[in-house]
Design a protein around this ligand. Sequence first.
Ligand code: ADP
Length: 395
Amino acid sequence: MVDMTKLLRHIFPDVNEDILGAILRLARKKTYSAGTVLCREGDSGNTFYLIAEGRVQYSKRMPNGEEHVMRFGEAGSFFGEMSLLHDTPRSATVTAVEDTTVIEIDRNIFEIALDQNPRIVMTLMRTLIERMRANDAQALADLQDEKEKVEQAYEELRYQEQRRNEFLDTMAHELRTPLTAAKGYIQLIKSGAMQGPALTMGIDKINVAFNRIISLVNDLLFVQEMALLDFGFSQVEITDVLNEALDTIREINQAGAAWIQLHIPEETPKLIADYDGLVRAFTHLLDNAVKFSPEGGDIIVRVIPHQDYLDVIIRDHGVGIPSEFMPRLFERFERVEKYGNYLFGGLGLGLAIVKHIIESHGGKIEVQSELGVGSEFTIRLPINAKQAIETPSSG
Ligand code: ADP
């Protein structure tokens, strides 16, 4: 049971008992269930409220239409005085957040009480000033928050813009190189300067150039759509996958392909996997191993079968990967084009594609690398990818 006199005395400690008694006789005690709106922002207000029990929230409608909760009001506090003192519409919406009992004092009684007792005015003024200060502080903190958010968003936008420009530059360059080569050979062939074996070589070069363009475009389309692609699982021999990947490398880089050695034990079990997906992934990995070994060197591919999975380890003796780049290694469009005096092409899509394919098989990929020494990629593939993605294990 709420003691209304005690509540009024608590809120207006300096006001004499007779006046409090008079106010109480004319006030109403009412209980509102949770969710009831007591005052609505913008409505005209004719009542002053003292919270006896429960809890309310003060909210304002933002320009974007969202309702923003500013603060909560507990028992022993009051609201509704602003529009009575200032004769303006309600500045916020007040909603009971739990069953709430209030003492309601109508405008005419409120005004008489104010007239007769300056101490009530003082109490109200003090509370109002405190609220305004708190509002100012809150507004400043909100503004600071907003400023930081805007700055972060701007920073992110600038970074994206820079990456977009870099990507367009890289893309233009990656397309221009094979196009220029193909055009050069076509002109030579047209002029009749290439005959016999030279002609065959010229046509091979044009073929390589076009394969390069096709594979760039395929990679771009693949990364755009890969999140939506379904993999088709069937029985797959890892030997077939690796040999097909090797054949593709051979078409692009005969000499580089010759550095690759496959070591696949006889007893390697068949996988349940997506054949085309794995070929795509291992082609990228072998292509990188060759590309980032500008001085050549053995590239050893070792398959190690285990009980439920097999590891494919690809070790090269190339330029290695800078440790600061490692955290971004598998992100799309991330690449390092310059190692010492060597410049490398690429869109930075290969490893993002590889990671997606391997993880879609319930597998994982890890890298160890040392600058100037070489890199080792370990791809762990479950024997049965279908089962692994349906019942993922901790391993
Ligand atoms: P890209 O097409 O640019 O090679 P990837 O996603 O395949 O894109 O590789 C991203 C980056 O990772 C490369 O630019 C390179 O810096 C690094 N990288 C990948 N594989 C190797 C490797 N075997 N040796 C050294 N660096 C590598």
